[in-house]
Design a binder for this molecule. Structure first.
Ligand SMILES: CC(C)(COP(=O)(O)OP(=O)(O)OC[C@H]1O[C@@H](n2cnc3c(N)ncnc32)[C@H](O)[C@@H]1OP(=O)(O)O)[C@@H](O)C(=O)NCCC(=O)NCCS
Length: 226
């Protein structure tokens, strides 16, 4: 047992808002609920099935270890317990079922204080999302539905975001369709950026959706790291 595994993990506060389960489709049955430490074995199994999720994202390691998943959840729970809101959900086919996909939301700290609402002058709140679906469950609308729910119900209505952003590799057509299904529009079609885990440059695209038209002039800041 490593020193990290030896320590009791930071618990998720069950009272955190927006933990679910929320039913977001009847057919196929589709629920989202807070990710739990008990999801770790399935997370690790799915992410290691093949390189689909590794290839589609900028962040995952391969192979993906239990310690990676545990650190990811622990960091999320520390932040969630402070904010009082869940921010990482498992997609499931029943309220307590096995995880079939993952979706998370966060706020972009780079924008805080540097950008203001063009009409009211107050600081903008800019959310972002990321997701994956097990290759065994893709092509059934799970990512599109979950992304729509997180953008509309969570980031806009519950958290009061002004803008929600997301990025995908330009060639990742399924992911781009997910963002479009969530109501987002492509703001930057091609941006060549260095991806540390690949140690090479890749072309990404940037999508956004705005709560009101007044912020449409606030576009992706290409001077910062994506
Ligand atoms: C991208 C991903 C999340 C899509 O999940 P999903 O649940 O299959 O998405 P949906 O079923 O909502 O499908 C979205 C669209 O992509 C299409 N699609 C899904 N899988 C596809 C595939 N393998 N090839 C081509 N199109 C595909 C669907 O037909 C749908 O298109 P439509 O809107 O025209 O009907 C999933 O493939 C995945 O986890 N990929 C690896 C990780 C990744 O890329 N994450 C996103 C990082 S930005």
């Amino acid at each position: 047992m490593t020193q990290q595994e030896d320590k009791a993990p930071v618990p998720r506060n069950k009272d955190n808002k927006c933990s679910g389960p929320f039913k977001i489709s009847d057919n196929p049955p589709h629920y989202v609920s807070a990710v739990e430490y008990t999801d770790i074995p399935e997370m690790v199994r799915v992410i290691n099935l093949d390189k689909d999720i590794y290839n589609g994202t900028a962040s995952f390691q391969y192979p993906y270890l239990e310690s990676h998943a545990r650190t990811r959840l622990e960091n999320a729970f520390i932040r969630d317990n402070q904010s009082g809101y869940t921010s990482c959900w498992a997609m499931r086919s029943s309220p307590d079922g096995q995880m079939i996909g993952w979706i998370h939301a966060h706020f972009l700290p780079e924008d805080s204080g540097t950008r203001v609402h063009p009409e009211s002058g107050r600081e903008l709140k800019v959310g972002a999302i990321g997701y994956w679906v097990s290759p065994e469950h893709t092509g059934k609308g799970h990512a599109s539905r979950a992304a729509r729910w997180v953008v509309q119900e969570y980031l806009f209505k519950e958290r009061g975001s002004d803008i929600v952003r997301a990025e995908a590799y330009t060639h990742n057509v399924p992911s781009r369709k997910v963002l479009e299904a969530a109501g987002m529009e492509c703001e930057v079609e091609e941006w060549t950026v260095f991806i540390p885990k690949l140690q090479k440059k890749m072309v990404i695209c940037c999508y956004a959706i705005h709560w009101d038209d007044a912020t449409r002039s606030v576009v992706t800041d290409k001077t910062r790291d994506p």
